[in-house]
Structures are given as structure tokens and as C-alpha cells.
Design a binder for this molecule. Structure first.
Ligand code: BES
Ligand code: ZN
Length: 456
């Protein structure tokens, strides 16, 4: 019997090569042209789970992209069961010309591995498969019972898993959930995320004339949907970042003095953080601190506008139809469905009768907060401390992982968000990467966590 952590150390080069194979599969879940690739990533992952020694490995078909399930349940009824979640789908890669190496040709430069999905989330979910492999190959058993559920739609709404969870409560039953899909502060400072924002995602279509019109012949007499869109967007949020939709803030749970104090102690180097973004200035609601604005306050952002002439040179046109993609990040206790309704009502109300508008809420998820007092939280803190050499800090994250609230609601599970990414991994952006020492330490931390959990 050898030591699983030793085993993980001795197999780092192979684990890296396997991760590269995973990253070569372009599983962009939101783009139908990649449907077959997305499925291929699920099949590949299932194969690796089988090889790791997991049992009941299954690629489960859904309305859209398959789920991957696997388990190992022989630790004994007195040992806890942990449900490990991750996602094998990735964000689109555009704009492609900004990548230094192609997004699906994983490339090592220095201590980083560059590829779409390297950090979000293939690299991080693979950590746990390799941890299980290390334990099974050295000890022939796991210290706790383990179930994996890995989805292929996280980046595009997660509807299939949202439907699967309430229908498969028994299959997914566990004592705690574990997710690595977040970032820590730095390689020297691990972090446990105890709060995530929710989301409400909107598609807006505005149509004026039934076809594009000459702006000289018709301009001044027919309203231009692009101009209307500009007006609508300007009325969603003021210049300081306050959202102007009536009722939007009604259910926002106020920050308690204790939490504000806790967040004030959070080690965020504002200057360094700003420099990393490349923006000229920090911005946002003046009555809240930057840390509060990033994780504990709701936001609204426009992500894309399609409309009019965008080719080279000038063209004088009143476009017939324009589109916008907009989302709101939500905090406890905002209800994504209610927010979708409030948004829709307000936009209808401020749209002039000279255009037609269609508002579609494409997906939503509520925010989540994890109870800090559960035993698994202690196991995670101990595992981080042993492997990273420093106690983790606790933080709220501004991004969303919709499944966390679903686990809470349908399975009664608290989720440990034990991330191994870094804030400058450029997730969702060109040149996404993972810091390889974190990938390797992640495998060790996962091994340690499963061992600590058995002791709790
Ligand atoms: N891994 C991210 C969540 C995240 C973002 C963690 C930033 C830490 C920092 C996750 O894959 C993600 O991007 N989720 C989407 C969810 C949405 C599409 C429902 C998000 O937050 O935009
Ligand atoms: Zn992710």
C-alpha cells in the first residue's frame, strides 16, 4: 500500500497529458455546431472515470447534452457520501484572433496550461477524477462514498440537470456536495467560496420596419430600433450602477454589520486587481465597497448587441430588427422568475409604440449561501491548510453556479466550493489557462479532503 498523495505526485506528467486530451474536445455547449463535440467530451470523461476505478459509470442522455454519472459506494454506511459536481462544457472561444495559441490545442507556457476550459471547468473537475484514481490505485478503496454528476450545459443554462435532480433524488442522495469551479486568491492563499450570485438572463428583440430602410428617405419618419435599444439600455441602470427597474431591490437581503465587517477584512489588493483588468478606473455603487459590489450586490450588464451594419466602411441604414443579450446577477433573496417578470414589465412600459419588442427570459438561477458550520467545511479547510500550507479565507463569489441552489432545494445538500482556479485564469475570455501547480495541488487537496471527511 503506497500513499495516494505520493502516487499523485509521481503521475503528474500523465495527468497533464490526459487533461490536454480532454481540452482538445471543443465542447461548447451553447453552439449547436458543437453538439457532437460536447457529447464526445462526455463519453471521454466517462471512459476516464471507468479507468479510474469508478463504478456504475453512465452517459445519461437528456433533451440536450448528456450528463455523466459514476459512483463508488463501498466505504460503509457509517461513512458520509459526497456528491462531486462539475461541468465538461465550455464557453465559446470568440474572439479567436486574440488567442496566442488555438483554444483547443492545449499549450504549456511557463507554469500555465492554456486552453478553453483549462480552468472552467475541465481542469478542475478532472482533479477529482484523478484524486479518486490515486486513492483506488493505492488503497483499493475510498475513505468515503463518492458520487459524480458532471453536466454539459452549465455555461448555457443547465436545464437538463435542473430537470434530472428532482427526478433522481435517490440516485443523487448524499451528505454533502463538492464543487471545484471557482478561484482561490493566489497560489499562496486558498479560499472557500460560501456565497454565489444568482442570475436572470434576457434576450431582447426590437423590430421597427419590416425590412431595412434608407436612412435618408425614412430617417426622421420611422423610429430606428437601434436608437430605441440605446434608450432602453440607458434607462435600465444609472451612471453609478443603480438598477432602475421598479421593485428590483425589494427582496435584496440587507448586508448585516457583521457581514460588512467580514467583507471589509477580505484581502483584495484593489490596485493589483484593477491593473489585471486593464480598465482605467474602478467603478460601481458608491455606497458599497468593491468587495461588496463584486459578490454581495446585484448587477445588470449588457453582453452583446446585434444590429445594423457592422461591415467595413459606412452604410446608411435603418435596421429592421436588433437584438441584445442582457443579464442581471442576483443576491439572496431575489427570485429569478420575479426579476424576469419585473424586467419584462418595465421594458414593455418604456418601449415606444413606434417599435415592437420581444423579451425572453432564457434562464435563471437564485443566489446561494453555504452554511459555514457543517463538518465538511472543516474537512475542506484542513485539506487546503495541509496541502497549500495556509488556512483558507472565506469569500462570496460574484459568478453563478446554478446547481448549488438546486442541490439545496431538492436534495437538502450544502455545497463545499473548493476551487483551484486563480483570479487571472481568464475564464470566459481569450487565453484561458490553469496554473499547473494548482492543478497538481488540487488533486492532492481532493485526496486529503476525502480522507479528512472520513474522520469528521
Ligand atoms: N465557473 C463559473 C462560475 C464562476 C465565475 C466561478 C467566476 C468563479 C468566478 C461558471 O462556469 C460560470 O461561468 N457560470 C455561469 C453561469 C450562467 C451561464 C448560468 C456564469 O456565472 O456566468
Ligand atoms: Zn464553470
Amino acid at each position: 500500500m503506497s500513499d495516494p498523495i505520493e502516487y499523485a505526485r509521481n503521475n503528474e506528467q500523465r495527468h497533464l497529458a490526459e487533461l490536454q486530451a480532454f481540452l482538445r474536445i471543443p465542447s461548447v455547449s451553447t453552439q449547436p455546431a458543437h453538439d457532437a463535440d460536447t457529447r464526445a467530451a462526455a463519453v471521454w470523461l466517462a471512459e476516464m472515470m471507468q479507468q479510474a476505478g469508478l463504478e456504475n459509470v453512465a452517459v445519461i442522455d437528456t433533451e440536450r447534452h448528456p450528463l455523466v454519472y459514476a459512483d463508488w459506494l463501498h466505504a460503509g454506511a457509517d461513512k458520509p457520501t459526497v456528491l462531486i459536481y462539475g461541468h465538461y462544457d465550455v464557453q465559446p472561444v470568440e474572439p479567436l484572433d486574440l488567442w496566442k495559441s488555438p483554444p483547443f490545442e492545449p499549450t504549456v507556457r511557463g507554469e500555465y496550461l492554456y486552453a478553453r476550459g483549462a480552468s472552467d471547468d475541465k481542469g478542475q473537475v478532472f482533479v477529482h477524477v484523478k484524486a479518486v484514481e490515486a486513492l483506488l490505485q493505492t488503497n483499493g478503496r475510498l475513505p468515503v462514498n463518492v458520487k459524480f454528476i458532471v453536466e454539459g450545459e452549465e455555461e448555457s443554462g443547465g436545464e437538463s440537470l435542473a430537470a434530472f435532480i428532482p427526478a433522481n433524488k435517490e440516485k443523487l442522495a448524499a451528505d454533502v456536495a463538492l464543487i471545484s469551479d471557482t478561484a482561490i486568491i493566489s497560489p499562496e492563499q486558498p479560499a472557500i467560496v460560501y456565497g454565489l450570485r444568482g442570475i436572470c438572463y434576457i434576450l431582447l428583440d426590437i423590430t421597427g420596419p419590416s425590412r431595412d430602410l434608407h436612412s435618408g428617405s425614412f430617417g426622421g419618419g420611422i423610429n430606428n430600433p437601434l436608437n430605441v435599444l440605446g434608450h432602453i439600455i440607458a434607462r435600465l441602470k444609472d451612471e453609478e450602477g443603480h438598477i432602475l427597474i421598479p421593485g428590483f431591490y425589494d427582496r435584496v437581503r440587507p448586508l448585516t454589520p457583521r457581514e460588512r465587517e467580514l467583507l471589509a477584512r477580505f484581502p483584495l489588493d484593489e490596485e493589483k486587481w484593477l491593473a489585471e483588468t486593464g480598465a482605467p478606473q474602478v467603478w460601481g455603487e458608491p455606497e458599497y465597497t468593491l468587495v461588496e459590489r463584486l459578490g454581495a450586490r446585484p448587477t445588470l450588464d449588457v453582453h452583446g448587441i446585434i444590429g445594423g451594419y457592422t461591415g467595413p466602411g459606412a452604410k446608411t441604414v435603418l435596421p429592421s430588427t436588433v437584438h441584445a443579450k442582457i443579464s442581471m446577477r442576483l443576491v439572496p433573496d431575489q427570485d429569478p422568475e420575479e426579476i424576469g417578470r419585473l424586467f419584462t414589465q418595465y421594458v414593455h412600459q418604456i418601449t415606444p409604440p413606434s417599435v415592437r419588442i420581444n423579451v425572453q427570459v432564457v434562464h435563471g438561477a437564485p443566489a446561494s449561501i453555504t452554511n459555514l458550520d457543517i463538518p465538511a467545511m472543516k474537512a475542506a479547510a484542513t485539506a487546503y491548510t495541509k496541502i497549500f500550507g495556509r488556512e483558507p479565507v472565506y469569500m462570496r463569489e460574484g459568478g453563478s453556479i446554478p446547481v448549488v441552489a438546486e442541490f439545496q432545494t431538492h436534495l437538502g445538500l450544502e455545497t463545499i466550493l473548493m476551487g483551484f482556479g486563480l483570479p487571472d485564469d481568464r475564464i470566459h475570455a481569450p487565453n484561458e489557462r490553469i496554473y499547473l501547480p494548482n492543478f497538481y495541488r488540487g488533486i492532492q487537496t481532493s485526496i486529503q479532503f476525502l480522507q479528512e471527511l472520513a474522520e469528521e
